[in-house]
Ligand binder design. Sequence first.
Ligand code: ADP
Ligand code: MG
Length: 724
Amino acid sequence: MSGHDARVTAIQEISNRPPMLVTKPDPLSKIWATDVFSLAAMEEALSKNAFKAVKKTVQTGAPLDDATADIVAAAMKDWAMARGVKFFSHIFYPMTNATAEKHDGFIITNPEGGAITEFTGSLLKKGEPDGSSFPNGSLRMTSAARGYTAWDPTSPAYIMHTSNGSTLMIPSVFMSWTGEALDKKIPLLRSNAAMNTAAQKVLSLMGETEIATLNSSCGAEQEYFLIDAKFADLRPDLMLTGRSLFGAKPAKGQQFDDHYFGAIPERVQVYMQDVEDKLYRLGIPAKTHHNEVAPGQFEIAPYFESANVASDHQQLLMTVLKITAKQHGFVCLLHEKPFAGVNGSGKHVNWSVGNATQGNLLDPGHTPEENLNFLLFCGAVIRGVHIFGPLLRAVIASAANDHRLGANEAPPAILSVYLGDQLEKVFNDIKEGKIVKTEKGGEMDLGLSQILNFERDPGDRNRTSPFAFTGNRFEFRAVGASQSVSGPLVAMNTMLADSLEWVGEKLAAQLSSGKTKADAVLGVLKELMQKHGNVVFGGNGYSPEWHRMAVEERGLKNIPNTAGALLEFNDPAVIHLFQKTGVLTPVELKSRFDVYAEQYINTIEMEAKLTASIATTSIYPAAISYLSTLAATTASMASMNIVLDAGVAKAVASNTNAMMSAVNTLQEALAQHDFDSTEAHMQFSADTLRDLMNKVRSYADTLETLISDELWPLPKYQEMLFIK
Ligand code: ADP
Ligand code: MG
């Protein structure tokens, strides 16, 4: 089948696909968290005392005793088996952005050869996957392969169904035999604890007497693309790398701004509702969905939850998006930049910290200038971003996210803080040593009697900031669509812990000099803003002027790619930060650098190999076929004394030659293996390989605009983005 035939067949099959059979959806009350061994389910299944102990662990992180673990295990097994489960799995979150699971049966046999089931506290507490093939940096040799998973009772167990079986999933941490963190959950739990410790000190200095455990919260907005699986099947680049390595820009892209918040195509709507139905059963509070900026791009956002649970749920949400897409004949692309020249996909991580006694400490209320706790916590965040902006850049660094950050449409690679007009004024006043009453947003009155008036927000939004205050939380917008939210949450919690320590020390000094609380807070924040106010920026983060000003006048770092960003993990200040807060030891941090660097190098190498292969085995043959048709026709026309213009043939020939010559250079570059260091290897990938791939692509994309549509083998951008 020629390329053309394959594409036409795909289009026909898509147009003729029968509508997806949808059953009438069940009401929310009937499906909510039915597959979750939630606190409510435990309350029903456990004795009063056992339940009290578990609840305390879930809510405060207090340790659980072995006897209770036994009771919980038995109840969990009964609950799951009553729902058809035969297997259980400790699910964990290795240093890749994926999840990992190893399934074990409840089954054991008795001496009579009968099958009985067993699930004890010790089986629940600890699993032992042979984890030697998980990336671990320099932490473990394959000869020392032992790794443990351990149950995290603060994130609820749940059931995953397939068409012929169901598995009990137990959220877990993952560590080496020597106890080093090998995953993304351990540092997240530790960072929460560090933030809590520092926050407790500040709040007690502020005179709070009853202070519940503080936790961070996260609500993540997930962007993704949906394309028909029939097209994806014909694009090896999408299947293997998650992005298109080739593709000329379509005549119609997003220039009409007609897709954002547009009417959702029905087939997509059916898909979204199916996703949400599954999420509800898993206790994930999916709340918002809409079209995104690019054609074929969408967003889903659940309601926020405690950071640890939100992080597990976010991983699960990505899994459900992908599995459900398959069932609906789609492929769900979570890559940060699946289509060059088209809007990329991010994951906005909304983050706040709070507790049951003081509430959300990033909520300013109506009069932020009077809310001293808020001012201290918000100031602490500003300080954190100023000092550890490069770390925030490092935790979102990946080969894929490099295509977004620093490109025109995405948040810039320079970390600055957007506060909004009202708050920016408050903090600027503080810098001058004064606290002035702020204006409310005022009433929105359209002069239309049928539209009810409402109160306007005190500040506008700024879509160009990578780190924006949005009313009662910060929104870290530069995170990539495929990334785990854990890394960003760890960095934010840890930098906040460090800042709150600093705030606490300064505050104690001010208070002991006899100042009032308000004056003491003002004194601390004045110093803070004088040192760190440079990171606050309310203007256009995409403008070249900001890129210049940020670096030259404000002294902020602009780190354009991962090869540069990952080096921040080796910065002594960052090593010290993680060590003193107890979040990551220097060895654990180093292993993260090693793993992420290796992933970066491997990703680009794989893309480069595939670029060379598709150019050689798909595009070159199409070009040659077309040239031979043109040549034959031109020759036979010439025999009739008709001269055909040779412009297209010449253009195809020269672009084909140039493409193959770039492929050769790329192949030679790929053969290079003698690098002095990982850093040098990363730099080579970022500069040389990326550059050569772009060259090959630019000739190939030109060929796409020249060669007969009948011969072009790869589904085109307009087909993939517009045909549903
Ligand atoms: P946007 O207007 O930015 O699209 P949404 O209303 O869709 O915002 O909400 C974005 C996310 O922020 C949601 O997941 C929401 O639950 C979450 N969120 C709201 N308040 C908080 C908070 N205090 N802490 C953390 N996340 C929050
Ligand atoms: Mg948002």
